[in-house]
Design a protein around this ligand. Structure first.
Ligand code: SF4
Length: 363
C-alpha cells in the first residue's frame, strides 16, 4: 500500500476554512460546499500566502480557490477527458504509446487545481491508492513489455509519497532492464517546496535509470524563492527538469504573463516543455480559452523570447488518442492539399513579426 507522508498540516481543505482565512467570501459558502461535495479542495500554506485576498481576479486564487462556476457543466465535458481508462491494461497503468506508460501510484495531490483533467479521479474519497497486489501486478506488466523505455509517475502527485516509499518504488522500476527513463510529474516543488529536501532528492536518484521531472506551474508568481530553491536542489543533484503548464483564462492568457512564466522556468533551469490547452474536464469551462487564442499567444511568445523559452502548445485528443501539437503553423504552400511543389511555386513562411516571405522548393 502506498502511504502518503503525513507532514502536510495546515493545508486548507474546507470551504469554511477558506472563508475564515479571507480567501473566499462568506456569501459563497453554500455554493462552495456543493463544489466540495464533488471535487477535492486543498490549498497549501505556500499557495495561500501567494494569494492577494484583495484582488477578486487573483491568478493564483483562480487556480486553487473553488468557484460556484464549477457547478456548471458544459456539453462535451468528460469525466475522463484524455481517455486514460481505455488504455489501462491493469490497475495503475496507462499504456497509450508503445514505448512508455503512465504509472499512477497515488490519487492525492498537495493542492487540487480547479481545472484538473483528472478531477473525477484525484482527491480523498475518489479512487483508492494501489494495493500491494495491484502495485506488483503493475510492475509485472512493465517487466513483460520490453518496448517500455520510459515510465511516467503521475496520478495524483508522486512527490506526496514519503521519501522512503518513493525510493523503494524508484528502485523497483529501475531494476527492470528495459526501463531507462523514470519521469515524475509534480506540482510539489512549487506548491509545497519544503518537501523537496535532501532525503527526497536522494530518493529520486537511482542506479540504472535516468530520472526526469516535469514541474507544473502556470503563473510566474508561483516560482517563489522557495520554489526556486527546491528546483535548484533537484537540478544540482543532476535531475533534469522540464515544465508543464495549462493555458488558463484569467491566469496566464496574456502574452506578458506567459513570457514571464517561460523566462522564470528557464532562469530555474527548467526547460519549457508543454503548454496544454485546457482539457474538457467537468466544470472548467470558465477557465478554458479558445484554441485560436492559444495560437495567437504562441505567435506572440515567438516574437518575445528565444527558442529556449518556447513550449509546445498541445492538446490531448479526447477519447485517449494522445497529444497533438496545435500550432500555430508557420509554413504553408499553394499545394496545401498535398503533392510536390513545382519549381515556380513557393513556400510561404511567416517570421516572428507576422510578415510573410517566400521560399523556393528544392529543385
Ligand atoms: S497537481 Fe495535477 S493531478 Fe493534482 S489536482 Fe493539480 S492538475 Fe490535477
Amino acid at each position: 500500500m502506498n502511504r502518503i507522508d503525513p507532514k502536510l498540516a495546515a493545508t486548507l481543505r474546507q470551504p469554511a476554512e477558506l472563508v475564515d482565512c479571507g480567501l473566499a467570501p462568506a456569501s459563497d459558502l453554500v455554493d462552495l460546499q456543493r463544489v466540495a461535495a464533488r471535487y477535492a479542495i486543498a490549498v497549501t500554506p505556500d499557495v495561500a500566502a501567494l494569494i492577494d485576498p484583495e484582488d477578486p481576479n487573483d491568478p493564483i486564487a483562480r487556480q486553487f480557490i473553488p468557484s460556484a462556476l464549477e457547478l456548471a457543466h458544459e456539453a462535451g465535458e468528460l469525466a475522463d477527458p484524455i481517455g486514460d481508462d481505455v488504455h489501462s491494461p491493469v490497475a495503475g497503468i496507462v499504456h497509450r504509446y508503445p514505448d512508455r506508460v503512465l504509472f499512477k501510484l497515488v490519487h492525492v495531490c498537495a493542492v487540487y487545481c480547479r481545472f484538473c483533467f483528472r478531477r473525477e479521479m484525484v482527491g480523498p474519497g475518489k479512487a483508492t491508492a494501489l494495493s500491494d497486489t495491484a502495485y506488483r501486478d503493475a510492475l509485472t506488466y512493465i517487466r513483460q513489455h520490453p518496448d517500455i523505455w520510459e515510465v511516467i509517475l503521475t496520478g495524483g502527485d508522486p512527490l506526496m509519497l514519503s521519501p522512503r516509499r518513493l525510493a523503494e518504488i524508484m528502485a523497483d522500476i529501475a531494476a527492470i532492464d528495459h526501463v531507462k527513463i523514470i519521469r515524475l510529474h509534480t506540482r510539489v516543488p512549487v506548491v509545497a517546496p519544503a518537501r523537496v529536501n535532501g532525503e527526497m532528492v536522494a530518493a529520486l536518484k537511482v542506479q540504472d535509470a535516468t530520472t526526469w521531472i516535469a514541474v507544473h506551474a502556470n503563473h510566474p508568481r508561483e516560482l517563489t524563492p522557495q520554489a526556486r530553491t527546491a528546483c535548484a536542489l533537484l537540478v544540482d543533484a543532476g535531475i533534469p527538469l522540464v515544465s508543464q503548464s495549462v493555458l488558463l483564462r484569467g491566469v496566464n492568457d496574456d502574452a506578458s504573463t506567459l513570457e514571464a512564466l517561460m523566462r522564470a522556468f528557464v532562469e530555474c533551469r527548467i526547460k519549457p516543455y508543454y503548454l496544454h490547452n485546457g482539457d474538457l474536464a467537468p466544470g472548467t469551462a470558465h477557465l478554458r480559452t479558445t484554441i485560436a487564442q492559444g495560437q495567437e499567444l504562441m505567435r506572440d511568445l515567438r516574437g518575445r523570447v528565444s527558442g529556449l523559452c518556447q513550449p509546445d502548445y498541445v492538446l490531448d485528443i479526447p477519447g485517449g488518442h494522445g497529444k497533438a501539437p496545435i500550432g500555430p503553423i508557420y509554413l504553408s504552400h499553394p499545394n496545401s492539399g498535398g503533392g510536390e511543389l513545382s519549381s515556380e511555386m513557393r513556400y510561404r513562411i511567416v517570421d516572428y513579426c507576422g510578415d510573410v516571405h517566400l521560399y523556393p522548393p528544392k529543385p
